[in-house]
Design a binder for this molecule. Sequence first.
Ligand code: PLP
Length: 386
Amino acid sequence: MASTDFDKAPNRRGTGSLKWDIFDQGGTLPFWVADMDFESPPEVIEALQARVAHGVFGYAYATQGEKDAVLEYLYRVHGIQAPGAWMVWLAGMVPALSVAAAVARERGALSSLCTTPVYPPFLKSPGDAGLESLSVSLCQDMNGRWTFDRDALENTVRPDTGLFILCNPHNPVGTVFTRDELEWLGNFCERHDLLLCSDEIHCDLILDEEKTPHVSALHLSESLQERTIVLMAASKTYNIAGIGCAYALIPDGKLRTAYRKASGGWVPPVSVFGYPATEAAYRHGEPWRQDLIEYLRGNHRLLGEYLQEHHSEINLTPAQATYLAWLDMRPLDIEKPRLFFQEHGLTFSDGGDFGAPGYLRWNLGCTRAVLTEGFERFTSAIRSIS
Ligand SMILES: Cc1ncc(COP(=O)(O)O)c(C=O)c1O
């Protein structure tokens, strides 16, 4: 089947698209919420069409073929050998974070820890389970890459902290954490008796997989597995987030039982569309994924070149993964950057929601035509203040 032409994307306006419609004020260009404008791989669309054609949409569970597709993919692409028993299916990753917090609360914790900037539910979800959310800022190395501030983490963790929530690869700063960084973090979790909830939803969106391979929390020490919950989904990579299908991998039986128990009543079951879409993406989507990454690399490069040429005062984090770009807007001294650009026909995500006011997150999961139009509007917005 022909591959997707990423220069062509369906018109999403007026389709109930959160990204395109909710902040639209007559032609606003959306670069905020993390989904992409591209059609999913043709095989995913076919699998969904087949499911619709069946015409019966009662409750579903994962068939053996659907489970095998995930387990084979994890092994083939990431070298993760996970038995099927480790899997817990979930209708989404955000409730999965709240469930991890509930498990920590059940074990006696009163607080959780994460690093900022970070995907906003990392800061908010622990509160659903009654945990105080502690956070420590990541720090930037000489090349602008963000990493753990080990001393600050040691100084912030408390005896009542029971959970560390990791984002790897990282939304929004695009870091792919190295084995050394993750081994340190694993050791930190063991020393402070923390559960490690590792959100790896962006692990198939690494821009150079040879240079910066994905190291899963499941690749770390055997002893760490007793406290590890890994969250994954095909949703970001294959653009099926609206279907709602994710899964947790929990090696330890007791922890898995506690997680299942805590999720009962909170997390709805996966829809009839979630399983076949995930299976098709994982079984057939690899050539599409490679083309997508090539296209996204191009979009990251274009944004870098554009900022360098026209707005070199704005500091762009060099991304190793994701279709998200992280911009330090503070040199422009705009009081409310998100609002300011919204008034100029562009929607971005506000750094303040990620624990980093003064920054913007720019979603590059769009065609070059939309991106280029975005550049023009961005420049004219900035010209309006200088
Ligand atoms: C790190 C991370 N986790 C979870 C999610 C959301 O996952 P879901 O749509 O399955 O709730 C996102 C969405 O942007 C994300 O970036």
